[in-house]
Design a protein around this ligand. Structure first.
Ligand code: FRU
Length: 495
């Protein structure tokens, strides 16, 4: 291992507490996965294997900063309660000494589990020269051994003119004839992103097929963490581009997530439609699986490289959360998302109000809390004189709050966490354009202490953001400019 362990006192103490089960419930999310201690980024190797869900993740066990990438590992029966297992991969081989970067998993015909990941080493200690190759490890769901012939895709597997310093994040899948394919992100010399496709009979020996898709100067530069799968009669390609340029409200600048839907022409993907996957602030590098009952479920890193240098977490021994797992489907050519249906099993108390007239500020008894599910429908009280603004404050106390606001005449919904208690001037606000439905909007809001996920109009769009506010800020209140009518149901969850 590259780094010697240098736990700070806080870190060591937190680790002991977490190990002893003494860690305060209030100090981590109730059902979003975090590392026990340390840093987490992308989901890796998300799969259903030997009767349970496995989720690996980019993991630095030594600190709450990115470094020395391992693969952390957790398992679950319901995608919501996770049990930590020992890290599956550590950067301890010559070809991955700088880190075991992102990748995916598949089952071998003999039942063993295959992990495919990017092994990174630095050339002569030069940080700019991170040499990236694709490697594999085989295991039984707990212990994994790296393949002695790694890497399985080295720079020789790259077509002419592609950079060996940006060649990463293999997504593997099994083909109908029992073989394997994978798609890997790469970059041309002019920095444009390209996805390369490879095939294999056995998962160990790979052959280049060709370019699956490329960004052609659109959607940022390098395409990280591709995923590729069929959904409702279409072929879907997810990518997480670096260095995006904004396009109206559809794409924000920086690191974003893009869903491309289309069809295949031979081995090449033909795009028909594009959209953002998440319109909020903190979402990146999602991966999907097919569940045993046939649902396509996605999980993403509930953070973003543009926003992860935040403060407010210093007192916590972990950094990084996974999003809520979300069921995916296509409707009218668009990607829709819904929280996994398993979440409904963990509802306890229910508080409902119907036809609440909002005209100015309002709080409602029983509508508060930091771990909650809210189903909200807001519409103009008078269609001829619609309200101008609807605001929901949450995670609120005298000092802090975050805001969701909807302006029907401008057709946008905004998330704003400027007053959520962070000290740094990082990205606080994002807006998304929502189609006008006569001033009516439906919001399904999932709060889990340090995050909010908003499923808009039955999941047609989703906005995700993390918040750093201490968990004693539990207030929820509403405010309108003009008269609106609201139906609201709050479920206590994971109580
Ligand atoms: C995406 C990413 C991947 C890489 C990993 C490193 O968030 O940059 O491209 O494999 O993180 O941790």
């Amino acid at each position: 291992m590259k780094k010697t362990v240098n736990h700070s006192l806080l870190f060591a103490r937190a680790y002991e507490q977490a190990e002893g089960g003494k860690i305060s419930r209030e100090s981590r999310p109730a059902f979003h996965l975090t590392p026990l201690t340390g840093w987490m980024n992308d989901p890796n190797g998300f799969c259903y294997y030997r009767g349970q869900y496995h989720l690996f993740y980019q993991y630095n066990p030594y600190d709450t900063e990115w470094d020395a990438m391992h693969w952390g590992h957790a398992v679950s029966h319901d995608l919501l309660h996770w049990t930590y297992l020992p890290a599956a991969l550590a950067p301890d081989a010559s070809y991955d000494s700088y880190g075991c970067f992102s990748g995916s998993a598949a089952e071998l015909p003999d039942g063993r589990h295959l992990l495919m990941y990017t092994g990174v080493r630095q050339e002569s200690g030069d940080k700019a020269k991170e040499y990236q190759t694709q490697c594999i490890a085989v295991g039984d769901g707990t212990d994994y051994k790296k393949y002695e012939k790694n890497p399985v895709l080295g720079s020789g597997a790259l077509p002419e003119g592609l950079s060996p310093y940006d060649f990463r994040d293999p997504k593997i899948w099994r083909t109908e004839d029992g073989g394997y394919r994978c798609v890997v992100g790469a970059r041309r010399q002019d920095k444009r992103g390209v996805l390369l496709q490879y095939e294999s009979r056995d998962g160990f020996e790979w052959r280049y097929i060709g370019v699956l898709a490329e960004n052609d100067g659109r959607f940022g530069l390098m395409w990280e963490c591709p995923d590729f799968f069929p959904l409702d009669g279409k072929q879907v390609l997810f990518v997480s581009p670096q260095d995006m340029l904004p396009e109206g409200f559809e794409y924000h600048n920086g690191n974003g997530t893009v869903c491309l839907t289309g069809r295949m022409d031979g081995d090449r993907f033909v795009e028909e439609h594009n959209q953002a996957i998440d319109y909020g602030i903190d979402f990146y590098a999602p991966q999907t699986i097919l569940t045993p009952d046939g649902r396509r479920v996605m999980i993403g890193w509930m953070q973003n490289w543009d926003t992860c240098k935040t403060t407010g977490y210093e007192e916590r021994p972990w950094f990084g959360q996974m999003s809520l797992p979300r069921e995916l489907f296509l409707k009218n050519g668009r990607l829709y998302q819904q929280p996994v249906r398993e979440l409904a099993q963990y509802r306890s108390g229910k508080t409902t109000y119907e036809n609440v007239l909002l005209d100015g500020e309002k709080t409602l008894e029983g509508i508060e809390g930091r771990v909650a599910e809210l189903d909200i429908r807001v519409r103009p009280a008078d269609p001829d004189n619609p309200f101008r603004n609807f605001v929901m404050y949450f995670a609120r106390n005298e000092k802090y709050h975050s805001i969701l606001s909807y302006r029907p005449h401008e057709s946008w919904l905004q998330i704003d966490r400027k007053f959520s208690g962070s000290r740094r001037a990082y990205i606080h606000q994002r807006r998304c354009l929502v189609p006008d439905r006569h001033g009516e909007i439906r919001l399904h809001v999932i709060l889990d202490r340090f995050s909010v996920e908003v499923f808009i109009n039955d999941g047609e769009q989703v906005m995700t953001a993390t918040i750093l506010t201490g968990s004693d800020a539990r207030g929820i209140s509403f405010e309108t400019d003009g008269k609106a009518v609201m139906d609201i149901t709050k479920y206590a969850i994971f109580d």
